[in-house]
Design a protein around this ligand. Structure first.
Ligand code: NDP
Ligand code: GDP
Length: 327
């Protein structure tokens, strides 16, 4: 065991967090195995630079046998379940699929771990969307949940099944209740990236306006690179515990716009138009996390500030959009 590399199995590797977590684990000298679901086109943009250093295993959270074989091949010490249908609006359009992947997928994975080697430590990607229509502010580990979308409800199931396997089978299972975290690798449909990409397109003359929905909602936004470290730290503890990971600051979507457009010398009010179709059937108005317990237990604190995050995202999108135009 002394010289044996630690092995981790990551689901959701092609997503934003999966790519940062894989980089982090490789830096820590882990052997990284990752579940990849089949698609007709390759979607490895976020992991291209590390692809050769990861073992890619074909599988899907919808398919029990594929999870069993991935676990038998990887024999992981740690499993990070980041795979999910993660976009809130899509969860109203596809509530059943969201439940199958984001909720029941977790039970499938936990059952596969139990059947192969229940000593593997398990991390579940829980979310501030569990708090939804918030019962108190800021939200901590003791705040009651009130999810507001099929995504939030699916994550609630996923959260409790994780707790349940910990308590029923004495497995090392824990859930990180992560508040929104963004990066230049964030999906283009999420509001932060939609804004940074929109700013770049308008600044470089490819678009004239950016359509957005509710500008009044407030989010506690951090940097994804900081947050994957907290996931890892949670699995290094002596005993499993669910923890809130957040910055403790909340801003409106309007403030995000002001900062992002202002950074390149544009007035957001002349660029942003409101599209009623982008409003949600039920909104999560405000999220602000209290991560003081994580700071005490893990020694974790966010390193990148909100302003740095917005500037980083706009800079990268200016490069990206500029590069695509050959400019
Ligand atoms: P992304 O949407 O960027 O990535 C989701 C990943 O899940 C993708 O790799 C996707 O694969 C994979 N996936 C989707 N369906 C399946 C399936 N049926 N089987 C296996 N894998 C599947 O999410 P993020 O990286 O932003 O988030 C990671 C996790 O953290 C998610 O569970 C999310 O819900 C949760 N979370 C995220 C927060 C955030 O602010 N980013 C906040 C709190 C929680 P493919 O590329 O093939 O679609
Ligand atoms: P979420 O917190 O996981 O739902 O992350 P999003 O980035 O998708 O949304 C954050 C907030 O931005 C929500 O309150 C949305 O209603 C609001 N919002 C306003 N306009 C838009 C938009 O055009 N797209 C998205 N995705 N969200 C928007």
């Amino acid at each position: 065991m002394a010289n044996e590399k630690k092995r981790a199995l990551v689901t959701g590797i092609t997503g934003q967090d999966g790519s940062y977590l894989a980089e982090f684990l490789l830096d820590k000298n882990y052997e990284v195995f990752a579940l990849i679901r089949r698609s007709s086109t390759v979607n490895f943009e976020r992991i291209q630079h590390i692809q050769e250093r990861i073992h890619l295993l074909s599988g899907d959270l919808l398919d029990q046998n594929s999870l069993m074989s991935a676990l038998k091949t990887a024999r992981p010490h740690e499993v990070y379940n980041l795979g999910a249908q993660s976009f809130v609006p899509a969860s109203w359009e596809q509530p059943l699929l969201t439940g199958e992947i984001t909720a029941l997928g977790v039970t499938r994975l936990l059952e596969a771990i139990r059947a192969t080697d229940s000593r593997a430590r398990f991390y579940q990607a829980s979310t501030s969307e569990l708090f939804g229509k918030v019962r108190e502010s800021p939200q901590s580990e003791s705040t009651p949940f009130y999810p507001r979308s099929p995504y939030g409800v699916s994550k609630l199931y996923a959260h409790w099944i994780t707790v349940n396997y910990r308590e029923s089978y004495d497995m090392f299972c824990c859930a990180g209740i992560l508040f929104n975290h963004e990066s230049p690798r964030r999906g283009l449909e999420f509001v932060s990236r939609k804004i940074s990409h929109g700013v770049a397109r308008i600044k470089l003359g490819f678009a004239k306006e950016l359509k957005l929905g509710n500008l009044d909602s407030r989010r506690d936004w951090g940097f994804a690179g900081d947050y994957v470290k907290a996931m890892w730290l949670m699995l290094q503890q002596d005993s499993p515990e669910d923890l809130v990971i957040a910055t403790g600051e909340d801003r409106t979507i309007r403030e995000f716009c002001e900062l992002a457009f202002g950074y390149v010398g544009l007035d957001w009010r002349q660029c942003v138009t409101i599209d009623k179709d982008l409003f949600r059937p039920a909104e999560v108005e405000v999220l602000r996390g209290d991560a003081s317990r994580a700071e005490r237990v893990l020694g974790w604190k966010p390193e990148i500030s909100f302003v740095e995050l917005v500037h980083l995202m706009v800079d990268r999108d200016l490069d990206l959009v500029g590069g695509q135009s050959g400019g």
